[in-house]
Design a binder for this molecule. Structure first.
Ligand code: SF4
Length: 360
């Protein structure tokens, strides 16, 4: 824990450093709570450089809560396409509707109200409350966690519940009254640009003389890592089914992984099942049609947070039956050009690219 007499020194040295070294990021040019909320949602599990173009496109298309609340979910998902963790987009859309209905279109300023909105956890609530409303609330993301674990030499796993409580308490203790917004952003920047996960730049750190991990030469051992789990792997067989110049696509159920996105029909291969048999079975179960499986189109490897997949994509031809949404919420026959109007998961985008390359 920091000594009480050191807290003002740590606060001031970090704020001074931030005044000179802060990153120029598009969402920092405003304190509009809506913009802060959108940026913080996009930044969850996504790198800043990836987020910037998405954020800029989003703010042009949905400049405020009302435009977002009125949009169709499919339009929202299309704008999010490729950013991953699509539940974030669904939550933003659902939360915008609640804000319009219950908060007269204004992002609420109280942590308790923010936490009731879909997709807003303690980190995002703290970020919105402190950055947009100057509330004395801490934040704790991966960057802040790394800085705190090193500064105060926390040697237990950061995800451990007791460590979490300790980290939140520390983050709270360090907040300078009335300056939480700047301080929190300074902590984020310190973690992102100086206290790097590998090879931290301690000589440039404003906290170097107080850092306990540095004093012991343990910067590279902290935070302690939980051993990486071996992610399970699944083979997914998928069909690009043609009928009269059109391709069949289906929309996933609204909840769960990739909920609401469109995809080419297919599914998980059973043990001892051939890929071609799997395509035929899955398409029949999902849409009710019979297909003839032709040549392979592309193989795509993709990793999600809890598992990895290999998509084996085949070109198929419709043989019989009327396509209907048996294990999805909608099916459509579309031309290759129309595919661009629908939101697809990243792995499917590679299939679309392969289709375009083949026909060009
Ligand atoms: S001195 Fe090094 S390890 Fe300590 S907080 Fe600064 S950058 Fe991180």
């Amino acid at each position: 824990m920091p000594k009480a007499k050191n807290i003002p020194i740590l606060q001031q040295s970090l704020l001074n450093w931030y005044a000179v070294h802060q990153r120029d990021l598009p969402w920092r040019r405003t304190r509009d709570p809506y913009a802060v909320w959108i940026s913080e949602m996009m930044l969850q599990q996504t790198q800043v450089a990836t987020v910037i173009p998405y954020y800029e496109r989003w703010m042009k298309r949905f400049p405020n809560v009302v435009t977002l609340a009125r949009a169709r979910l499919q339009t929202v998902l299309k704008l999010w396409e490729g950013l991953g963790y699509y539940s974030r987009a669904r939550h933003l859309h659902a939360a915008a509707k609640i804000i319009v209905a219950d908060h007269r279109g204004q992002v609420p300023h109280r942590i308790t109200d923010l936490r009731k909105l879909p997709g807003i956890g303690p980190y995002t609530a703290g970020a919105i409350a402190s950055i947009a409303f100057d509330a004395d609330e801490p934040v704790l993301d991966g960057n802040v966690t790394r800085v705190l674990c090193r500064m105060f030499r926390i040697t237990t796993p950061p995800k451990d519940i007791h460590t979490q409580q300790k980290l939140w308490h520390l983050a709270h203790q360090l907040i300078p009254t009335g300056k939480a917004g700047f301080f929190n952003q300074a902590m984020m920047d310190l973690g992102a640009t100086i206290c790097l996960s590998r090879k931290p730049l301690c000589e440039q750190c404003p906290w170097r003389t107080h850092c306990r991990a540095r004093a012991k030469g343990e910067q590279n051992q902290l935070p302690v890592k939980t051993p990486a789990r071996l992610l399970p792997h699944f083979d997914i067989a998928v069909g690009v089914v043609w009928k009269n110049g059109k391709i069949l696509i289906g929309r996933r159920k609204p909840k769960g992984l990739l909920g609401g996105l469109w995809e080419f029909p297919g599914g998980k291969r059973k043990s001892h099942e051939s890929l071609k048999a799997c395509v035929i079975r899955e398409i029949k179960e999902e849409t009710g049609i019979d297909v003839e499986v032709n040549q392979p189109l592309i193989t795509v490897k993709h990793a999600y947070s809890h598992f990895r997949i290999t998509l084996h994509v085949f070109t198929c031809r419709w043989r019989a039956g009327r396509a209907r949404p048996l294990d999805c919420t909608a099916v459509k026959w579309v031309t290759p050009r129309q595919l661009d109007a629908y939101p697809f998961p990243r792995a499917n985008l590679k299939v679309i690219e392969a289709l375009k390359n083949r026909s060009s």
